[in-house]
Every structure is written in C-alpha cells, then in structure tokens.
Write a new protein. Sequence first.
Lengths: 477, 713
Amino acid sequence: MLEHGLTHNRRRFLSKLGMGLGSVALGSLLIPDLFKDDPAEAIMAGLPRFAPKAKRIIYLFQNGAPSQLDLFDYKPKLQQMHGQDLPASIRMGQRLTGMTSGQEHFPLAGTIFKFGEYGQARAQISELLPHTASVVDDLCIIKTLYTEAINHDPALTFFQTGAQVGNRPSMGAWLSYGLGSENKNLPAFCVLLSKGKGNGQGVYGKLWTNGFLDSMHQGVQFSSGENPVLYLNNPESIDKADRRRMLDKVAELNEASYAEFGDPEIKTRIQQYEMAFRMQTAVPEITDMSREPESIVKLYGPDCLIPGTYAANCLLARKLSESGVRFVQLYHQGWDAHDNLPGQIVGQCKDVDQSSAALITDLKQRGLLDETLVIWGGEFGRTNYCQGKLTKDNYGRDHHPRCFTVWMAGGGVKPGVYGETDEFGYNIASNPVHVHDFHATIMQLMGLDHEQLVYKHLGRRYRLTDVAGNVIKDLIA
Amino acid sequence: MKIKKVIAVSLLPLNVLLLFFLIVSSKIMVPAWLQVPGRTHPMLLHFPIVLVLLYAAWVLCSPRSSRQQPYWNPIEDSLLLGAAVTAALTALTGFLLSREPGYDEGMLSWHKWWGAGLSFLLYGLYAFKPAVSKPMGIKMGALTGTLVLLVAAHFGGNITHGENFVWAPVTPTGEHTAPPLEEAMVFNDVIKPILDSKCMSCHNDSKAKGELILATKEAILQGGKSGHLWDTTKEDLGLLMQRLHLPETAKKHMPPVGKPQLTPMEINLLKAWVRGGSLFDKKVLELPDGDTLKTMAASLLHSAEEATYDFEPADDGKIRSLSNNNRMVSPVAVGSPALAVNFYNRAFYTTKELEALNAVGEQIVSLNLDRMPVSDADLATVARFRNLRKLSLNFTAITGSGLAQLKQLGQLKSLSLTGTPVNADQVKDLQAMERLKALYLWNTGITEAQQQTLATSAPTVHYYYGFKDTAILKIIPPVIENESLVITDPVPLKLKHYIGGSEIRYTLDGKEPDSLHSPLYSDGIVLKNTVLVKTKAYHKGWIASEVVQKQFYRSGLKVDSILLATEPEAKYKGKGAQLLIDRDKSEPNFGNGKWLGYHGRPVIATLLFRHPATVNNVTISMIKSVDEHIFPPAAIQIWGGRDSLRLKLLKTITPPAPGMKDRSKDNIAFSGDFTPTPLQCIRVVLKPIGNIVPWVKDKKAKSWLFIDEVFVN
C-alpha cells in the first residue's frame, strides 16, 4: 500500500518511482548522513539534537527600538561633542531613513542620563534602569548586535523570522517544530502584547506566523480581556461534556476524510481541537493571578495585576514558561523616540525595568533560570546624532542598524559584556553579532544545530538562519 | 607461441634474481635510475592480483565438462604463466621500492616475504604442472596461490593505506574521548587528536613520509627530513605552519591533496599552540586567562560539570507509554539515555502516577513536580530514582519531614523547595549530600538568621533565597469601572482593585479621600446626580495610592432639539449641534469628533423641548487645557422660557480662571442650579475670555472653547 504522501502529490510520486533504488545509492553519495539517524525523524520526535542548556525562551521584545546610547552603551565622547556634526568618516555612507535623509546636519547628541558601573563585568547601565542594574551579574549584555534593515517592520520581521520579507516561520514556530511542546495542554509558542506611552510601532500577526511549517506551530496570542485566548471558551449553554461529544464526532469525521485524502493538515486540525479542549482547563489556571503571593506583586511592581501591562505580561510569561511553554514572546511598544527622546524613554523604562529584572529574579529563585533563556532587546538601535532640533537637554534619535544592545540571561549564556562599539557608538569596534549569528546561538543553547533544523518548501530547504549564521561560542557558558 | 616460450624460460632467472636479492638484501644500494622501475610496483602489483584470481576462478569454477574442451588447457596455461611472470616482476620492483626510506620494517618484511613467496609458488606450480595429473592437485595449487596472494596483498595494503583502511569508516572508532575541561592536557587532549586524525596516517612509526613521525613528543621535536617543525622566531612560525597554509594545490601542501584536510579551527589551534611555545605537559586550565588556545580549547572540551551518563537507555516503548498529557517523559536529547520528567495538572496527580515512573527510574535525571500535591511519603518513590540530578518540588504539599529520604540520591545537584514549609534543620540535614550544589529556598520557613548559619555550615552549597520583600511601594489606584459618565437612571458605583485585600476609600463631595474620614467602599452605593467621584487605595505594607477621579453627569431630561446661533470652527464641528444633546460624554480629546470647538467666539445654543418640562439645573461639560489655549469661559448665562422670544436669565456662572499650576488637560463641568421652572426653551451662552493669561506661551492668541454636552435636569 502506498503511503498517502505518495498518492496525493504527483510530482513526489513520479520522482520516487523514477529513481527507486538508484536514488538510495546516489542519495548516499550526495547526503552523507543518509544511513545514519534520519534528522527529520529526530525532529518528528521533537527532541534536541544534543543536551540543551536552555529548555525555554522568554523573549521580551522592546518594539520600536530602545536607544542603546541612553541605556547601555555609554559614550562620553558624544557628550563632549554635543551639537557637532557626525564626521562623514564615521558614517561611511550609511543609508538613512526617510525621516532624516533630508537633514543637512547630523549633530551628535550625548545622553542626558547618568551611567553607573555595575556587577563583576563593570557593565555600564543608565540610571533609567536601576532594577536591571541590580541583576547585572546574571546578564549577558551584547553591545554589538547589528542588522540589515533600517525600518521597523522589516527589521522586526527579520529578527523574528530570519528574513525581512514576511511569511517565513517565526523563531518560536521553528523551536516548536524542532523541539515540540513540553506541556501538551498548552501551545508551545505564546505571544503577549503591551503598549507603552512612547511613540509606538505596529505589531502584526505575521511576526508569530508558522509560515510554511505545520499550522500547529503558530504562536497563540494571549490578550488582556476576559478571554485571554479568543474563542477558547464554550459558547453559552454548551458544557464540557457536550463539547467533548462534539469533538469526538468531529474527530471521527476528520479521520474519515483523512483516510480518504491523506492531507496531514487534517491530523493537525484534530490535534488542535484536542489541545484547545485541554487548554480550556489549563489557561484559566495560568491566567489566574489571584494566587500569587504579595511579595511577587511587589517584585514585579503593582502594575503586574493590571491585565495588559508589560508587568502583567512578564508575570504571565513566567507562569506560562514554568508550565512548559517553549517560547513566550512579549512585545512592548512605544520605544520609537524620534523626538523628545528623554521624555519618552523615562516612561518606557518605568514600564519595563522593574518587571524585566523581576522576571530574572523570580525564575532564579525557583531554580528555573538556568534552563530558561530570557532575551531583552529591540529590532535595531538609535542614532548617535539628533533627529530634528537639538537642544541642551532634548533630542530625538533616528533608526540605527549598525550597532545596538540586547541582553540575555539564564539558559546557559555567559554573563558579562560582549563586544565593543567605537567611541561614537556608531560602528562596531570588536566582536560583531549579526542577527543570524544571534539566532544560531540561541538555537545552539536550545540544543539545536541551526544548520540541521531545516524544512523543505518550494523545492529548497529553509532554516531560521537561511544560509548564514555562526554560533558565537563566547556567549555560551 | 614464441612469446609464451620466452616468458616461460625467463621465469627461472627472474626468481633466481629475486632470491639473490632477498638473501643479500641488506647490502644492496639502489641507484637512482633503478628507483624508477621500483616505483612501478604500485602499478604492476595489480596484474598478479587479477591473474591469480582469474586463474583460480578458471581452475576451481569451470564445469567438469569444459575441461575436456580443447580451449581449456591453453587458457589455464596462459593464465598461470601470466600470473607467475607478473608476480615475479612485481616482487622484484617491490624489492627495489622497499630499499627506499620511510617504511616500517616490520610490516614491510612481512609483505616482502609473502610477495616473494607468491612468486616462487607460482613458478613452482607452472614448472611442475606437467607432473601433476590429477585435477585435485591443480585445484589445491590454485587455492594456495590465492591464499598467499591475499596475505601478501593485505600487508601491502596496510603499508600504503594504514591498518584497517577498508573497515575504518564503519568501525566504531572509540573516538578520542575527551576528558573534562578541568583535567584536559593541552597536548594530549587538544593537539594530539588533530595530529592523530589528520597527519598520522602518513607520519607514523610504520610509514614516516619525509622521515617525520608525529607519534610521540620526542619524535615530534626531532622533526623530519626538512628540519624542525617550527621556529617561533620566524614570522610564519616555521615548517609546519608553512605547509598547512600553502594553497591546497601546491605540491608541498599538507595534508596532500585527496587526504582529509584540516579545518580552519584545527589550523588555528595548532598555530596558537606553536606560537604559545608548543607546550606538552600543561593542563588547559593552567594557561593564562585570555590565551587564545585556552579560549578555543575551552569551547571544544566540556566541563566535568556537564553531565555524562553511563547507564543503559530505557526501552523506547516504555518511555512512550509513560508519556501523556499530564506527564511528559522524554530523553534530554536525541540518543541520550537520560530522561527528563515533568508533571502537569494538579487534578491528575496521584501517588500512583509517580510510582509508574519506577519502570524508568534509573534513567530519570531531572524531575519536575512543581505545584503537584506531592506528599512527604511520595518522596520515598523519588528517592529510588538514583540518577536524579535535578529535582523540583516548588509549591508542592511536602512539609519537609520526608526530605531525609532524598539523601539516597547520590547524584543530586539541584533541589528546588520554594513555596514549601521546609525548615532550617531539615535543610541542614541535606548538607550531607556530597554532590548537592544548589538549593532553592525562597518562600520557605527559613529565617534570615538561619540563612546565615546554613551558609557557614556548608559553604559548597549555593542557597537561593530570592527576592526579599523589604521595599515599600506605592500601591496602584482603584479602578472606577462605571463606563458611562452620563447618569440617566440611578446606577450603582463600581470600584475595584486588582490587588486583593486593598482598602478602597472614596468621596463624593470633591474632597481628597483619606484613610480617616472617607468611607470604605462597599457594594450598594448608588449614583443619582451629577457627582465627582474620587477614590484612593490603601494596603498594609504599601504607600497609599494616587487619587483617581471620574466626573459623572446627571442627564434627567431628554432635550428634543437644538439650534446653534454661532457656528463652530469647521475643523471641530463633529456631527453638528446634535452632539451636545446626545447624552454621550467624551474623553477630553477635542479632535475625536465629539466636541464643538469655538475660537475666540461665544457659544450660543438654544435647546428645545416639545412639551414643557420642569427644570432646575443645567450642566455644561467642557475641556480645560491651558497650554493648548483651551480655557473655561469668562461667563456662562442660562436663559429659559416658553419659547425663544420670551426668555429670561435664570442663572449666571462666572468660572474662575485657571491658576498657573492648573495646567493639566481635564474635563470640566459647570452646573447652574435655579428654582424649578417649567420651560420649553433654554438658551446657553458661553463667553470666551478676552485675553489669554499672560503666563501662557503665545499669549496674544485667542482662546478656545470646547463643549461636548449640555445636560438638563
């Protein structure tokens, strides 16, 4: 009996038939691992390829791009040269956004915020992030990330999917595909959104798409209202038993149509119905914050009980993660300070500082930090020169892709400061980390080889890192 | 046939010559020109192999009937003759080649004697064939020839390709098992494995190409024909690095074309090693911090901290059958025998579910029972999982009295007990566990003084007590949940606070709430009239919250129609006059289309009722935002009467001008009370202030009035 896989796809059928046994021999020449363990099989098993350092990820995405120059990358030179033009020898023809390309001058803007040195690594952290500074010994601060995109949407998409154009699978989807779910009662990939008061940029569903992967790997958005997961509750007058009976019947019908057509999406659909049924119990338990001790409320800050705030999302992220959700993706909007940056960034930092640090403390005190990777950062950095009018204590900063700061904590990363930018904070002086390298390193921490986790689609094999990316071993403890 | 005869005749002298060479072998010096025929040996040797095998096949496998055929004998004869003469020539050339340096004597002499033996044997078979009449004899001869050939060829192959060349790709290599980083030696565990895998096949004791042997420290230091391997005084570090860095096509490039090449990482390691003084007897960790070699080596080797497991894997089917929606059992990585187990869903957990794991008890290295109702007695089951490294019992139902059982877990490194009532004595008892490195004790019954004693009594264990609840923070304000700001019928006041146990106090008279005089919020408070609700939260251990407030507007009478005598600015006219009587109170966001805006001009609105109504109050809702030039009016007049021609002034309000500090953007309401009067027409006149207050930027501009609703009661 031929598998459905062969019958429903003419091209695949013919190619299998045509090559037959010969393809095995030829294949073994072309694919050296043909007779070893099939990597695809291992992926089906949803297991890491080697012992992972991190089992789960919580990605605190600071959407809009926080200014590294006002938070982590202290450049006294900019304060000395405040108001002077950025030398062309430093800019080296960097492409500009439409927002500053008309500007005749690029006056350097030194930060107005004070910096202190913290922790064993003597990391420089702004006064805006006192809580972050207090957990600095757990942080791996990478000052030299760089990206290729210069506007929000492509940059964000690039960070999330490894490509600037849409429709590739998101990082969370790849990990769900590679590692599967730890807890079968919850999705492997969850998404939480929040909004600060600063200038915001859109966040769209394509960022947590499964792309060409099986739809079960798509990110599930939790919202702040009465129904954290939309359409999860039973409609009025349908109780759990009714629902169960309905699902059984629907599954029978689906099985029948699977037997007829053999489309694997039908199997996925059955599984998703079943998971949704189990989520009806699991989700209310997780989103119920009332059982959290008061000290937790103080740790994350009182906002953490107001649904939809960043603090509440951090707390929820911890609860989801400790319940085995592989990848929790947060987005906090409002970092896009093209003007009045000093004013906007204060509020943004207030939103995220305490609860981001709290998440680390909380995971650590539960013994979970060593197996949970926490990532904090935006889609690019901000310029060292002012956008718009520069005054002594007010400035705006445009998008800057050449260097910016991201920190990671837990999950087997090596605490410390990695990489240096030049004295203008414009170019990387040492140890650059491309977004692809960043992805490769994260996958390595999760026990996956970024070159092996592939999916064949439209005739070629795709990876999160596409055809690039090197694991930065110095970031791994 | 003449050629055949010549060859047959030449067989004897060839073998005699061979014998002679063998006897006096040690005395023979091979001149350069003779090395050339010697080097044809690797080519010639294929002929005797093929011919001997063909001959054997002909003799042993041809059917009996064919032996009687006329062609059988000539072919048999030719094959044997060919085999004999090529064997002799091969042996002779081989002998010449063997006099060249670079071969291991032991392996070589075995090959030499077996090769020569084959030549003699074949000559013998050919010479005495006429004397052997029985086919059995011939068959025996062919068989012996084949065997001798295989042995000789095997030794030859070993010399050229190294031992076990054929099977090496599928032989389990027993890969160099790297010791943990803590014990690793620079040479033995980092450098030597590279030499072993990439160089040793040509530079070993039995085959020392270029007279270079890389097997031992002494041999390496000795170097080869071209000299020492390195010279750190030179910029290119000497021979070894030169050869490695030559282009791959260069003749002297090492390893030679076709052999496995060094990876960039391996070249860098060798380079760093040579540059660092080619240390043989140092440990990796003894290298200075920041040393390139140390950094690279550290990334290659694994720390002893990293787990290696020596137990057998559990049965796959068993693992699968134990895994379900509430209990995940899975290997930690592909091919690892170690299992990680996580439990989910409190409702599912029973002691039985835990005991089921006994089937794979030996393989479990990590067990997470967080939030499960695990009892003290259950720990007896856990204690049987003797390879457990990490155990998490956060927020379980254990009391601590069963913890002593866990002392059987000799491998346990990390134990999480947060949110359980374990006490200091029970924890101290665990210090006896040798491997225990981390204890997570946040939210347990251990006091700070006890934390001190624990830390000093077992300094190798790291205790994590987590967040200390010492900060005093300001609590968040309550939330006023009533959405509609317009009260048409009495509605209950709805206040709530997200943090359980908070006190909510409120006022309805515009005063700031305080914890002494203001009432505590409870259900059953009803809003009937226009009112300003102010509320504030209090919580033990917290600073009182900010005040939040909401202005509610009573709209008792529905106005039937409205006329505007002055038109609003085109930009701020929303859906027109109707806006003022739609009973929809908006946020103070004047651009949202729900506000009428007037720039430097008065508002004159006439409200009409179809039937006379008794009115005693008119309330006007406006915006105040000084910095945007939005001011309260200078004066408000409320007129009323039967129709628009017979109006009389019912009330005049003179709102106070905002103070210098009052610069926030707010909703403001002006309420005019008068004696109840039956009316069918009301006219409201709002006069803007003449000049903007001098302390506002751009003070010569005209002021704005924004109005969104007129409530009539």
